[in-house]
Write a protein that binds this ligand. Structure first.
Ligand code: F6R
Length: 615
């Protein structure tokens, strides 16, 4: 949430900042702002998108080789020009940008007000700018604080999360960055540095990066970069090489990132199993689990923690783990888990699933689980993110950067990882026979090609979507492995098209939601051929008896449902356990086409942001 970008070097900062903000806009798009420094500093900011900011700066002085920019997802205060970042301190000494939340802002504000500070915005960030200035100015006549010392003193007072970039008027050649809880990456070029919330604004210029750790404060000036922590202890900067390519973060001819990412799923799944699953030798090895594999094999309990779409992937994981490994598995919303005194036993396996690797609730739940003695591992998409660094083992999903706010390829890549995990543990603890395992290897290997076949039917899926684009409510039904897919389908529709959608286990329909069904209600039923096929056929009849409009996702060649449903979308036959990887694809496409028909901003749905770094 909120995108941060900073530059210090020999180029014109403005171009780098604007380009960087556009790449980070998926993290929030309520307002945008920049500050440029050249002896003095100039601030431009406005409500709206980065393109609005560009319009605003058209005739303005945009020179400066030092600068920073921010794209906001509002937490404290409405999206207004005034609340847009950057924020200046009252006496103009400091200007800052911030991603995160200052939890004790009210107390800090009251303290500053007593010292005569006045505030122009409703943001917690302005409080922080003033707190830094307060320390800087208070000590100037006494022990003479440097900007770095003032930042350190202020941050010691702060409860909450921050990724910060700070400029001080008296030190126009210096830039300070600090992190706690919210991600910050520093790119190192030749005599130039880039700062960003993630690597996407940086890769065009350099592939050498440092991921800041919590409590790090970096000072960058003509002498280079110095890194210390909150206790003023020097830290060794670990320079990583990133392999991200520019083409991976561009639309490459697609109208929207979401559509591109839906189409990338065959590749994302192949990349996720490549080098881990060998089709010829029927060999499966997840290197990232090597150090905990014995614990996994003998585990008494698995707890999966995640949010949103990742939580839905976790639900599929529960079915997979219990079926393949017979290890009792629970799935928890990270936000509930962290606050409800959960019972965690030493040796329990906790799997944190997160595309971004930065979700605040998931990170807090990890901390709790670690403290209770659980073995905590991660399933993440972003290398260098906080979750992989906070966990002792893990498996990366190699889905590539996911920029559309609605998660698509990350979901299928997560389910692929969970499937491989369940398969390898199942083989090791005799939950699966060698024959069952071999069959699953074959099935998983074939999934990308089957998804390609579904994508080939996108025209038909679009036609069906056109028919239901005016709905105001909808119901998604599924059983077994397809119940989490029903939840995911409903989430996709509501988040990008703003149509109310609910996912339900099909059998639960008659315990309440059936009351909603009438001739205006599209009911999307996941009805591929599996153990509960006959039951789902009965559910379809129940909906039809009440005149609901049935869109059924069926197995290729199904004639029974074809004769009952209003519309059918066929998917290739697969093992039951792998059906989520196929059946979710038409639902993603339907949501996409419906949202486009309704004129919604698919990649940047209202009120949402990718990478939820606040509670
Ligand atoms: C929905 C969506 C969100 C995320 C959720 C968790 O399309 O993208 O529900 O799944 O915010 O994010 P991660 O996986 O980054 O922890």
């Amino acid at each position: 949430m909120c995108g941060i970008v900073g530059y210090i070097g020999h180029r014109n900062a403005y171009d780098i900042l604007i380009k960087g903000l556009k790449r980070l806009e998926y993290r929030g798009y309520d307002s945008a702002g920049i500050a440029l420094s050249e002896n003095d500093y100039r601030v431009y900011k406005c409500k709206g998108k980065v393109s609005d900011l560009e319009n605003q700066t058209k005739d303005k002085d945009i020179s400066g080789r030092i600068g920073m920019g921010h794209t906001r997802w509002a937490t404290h205060g409405e999206p207004t020009d005034n609340n847009a970042h950057t924020h200046k301190s009252m006496n103009g000494k400091f200007v800052i940008i911030h991603n995160g939340i200052i939890e004790n802002y009210a107390k800090l504000k009251a303290g500053l007000q007593k010292e005569g500070y006045k505030f122009e915005s409703e943001t917690d960030t302005e409080i922080l700018a003033n707190l830094i200035e307060f320390y800087y100015m208070r000590n100037q006549n006494g022990t003479s604080f440097s900007p770095e010392e003032a930042v350190r003193s202020a941050l010691k007072m702060v409860e909450g999360a921050y990724g910060l970039v700070i400029l001080c008027e008296d030190y126009p050649d210096q830039m300070i960055a600090a992190r706690k809880g919210s991600p910050l990456v520093i790119g190192i070029g030749k005599d130039e540095y880039f700062i960003a919330s993630d690597a996407t604004p940086i890769i065009e210029y350099t592939n050498s990066v440092i991921y800041l750790n919590d409590d790090d404060i970096a000072v960058i000036d003509d002498k280079g970069l110095s890194l210390k922590n909150l206790k003023n202890i020097p830290q060794k900067p670990n320079v990583h090489k990133i392999s991200l390519e520019l083409s991976e973060i561009e639309k490459n001819g697609f109208d929207h990132y979401m559509l591109k990412e839906i189409y990338e799923q065959p590749k994302a799944i192949r990349d996720t199993y490549r080098g881990r699953l060998n089709f010829e030798s029927k060999f499966l090895r997840l290197g990232g689990l090597h150090n905990i594999f014995e614990d996994l094999k003998g585990a008494k309990r698995i707890i999966i923690i995640a949010c949103g779409t990742s939580w839905h992937a976790g639900l599929v994981g529960e079915y997979l783990f219990e079926e393949f490994t017979r290890i009792p598995t629970e799935v928890e919303y990270a936000s509930e888990f962290r606050y409800r005194k959960p019972i965690i036993n030493k040796g329990d396996i906790v799997i944190a699933i997160s595309q971004s690797g930065e979700t605040a609730d998931t990170l807090a739940a990890i901390q709790l689980a670690k403290e209770a003695g659980a073995i905590v591992m991660g399933v993440c998409n972003v290398v260098g993110a906080s979750i992989p660094r906070e966990t002792i083992a893990g498996v990366f999903t190699h889905a590539g950067p996911e920029i559309g706010v609605a998660s698509t390829k990350a979901f299928t890549a997560q389910v692929t990882v969970l499937t491989m995990m369940a398969m390898s543990i199942g083989l090791a603890n005799n939950g699966l026979t060698k024959e069952e395992f071999t069959e699953l290897v074959n099935e998983l290997y074939a999934i990308p090609e089957k998804i390609e076949k579904i994508l080939d039917k996108s025209e038909k899926i679009k036609e069906i979507s056109d028919k239901i684009s005016n709905a105001t409510n909808s119901l998604y039904l599924g059983r077994g492995y397809l119940f989490p897919v029903a939840l995911e389908g409903a989430l996709k529709l509501k988040e990008i098209s703003y149509i109310h959608a609910e996912g339900y286990p099909a059998a639960e329909m008659k315990h309440g939601p059936i009351a909603l069904i009438d001739e205006k209600m599209p009911v999307i039923v996941l009805a591929t051929k599996d153990k509960s096929y006959d039951k789902i056929v009965s559910n379809i009849q129940e909906v039809k008896a009440r005149k609901g409009v049935i869109i059924a996702i069926v197995t290729e060649g199904d004639t029974t449902i074809k004769n009952m449903a209003d519309y059918v979308i066929e998917v290739p036959k697969s093992d039951f356990a792998l059906a989520p990887l196929l059946t979710v694809v038409p639902l993603q496409l339907m949501s996409y086409y419906i949202a486009v028909n309704r004129g919604c901003n698919v990649d940047q749905p209202r009120n949402l942001a990718k990478s939820v770094t606040v509670e």
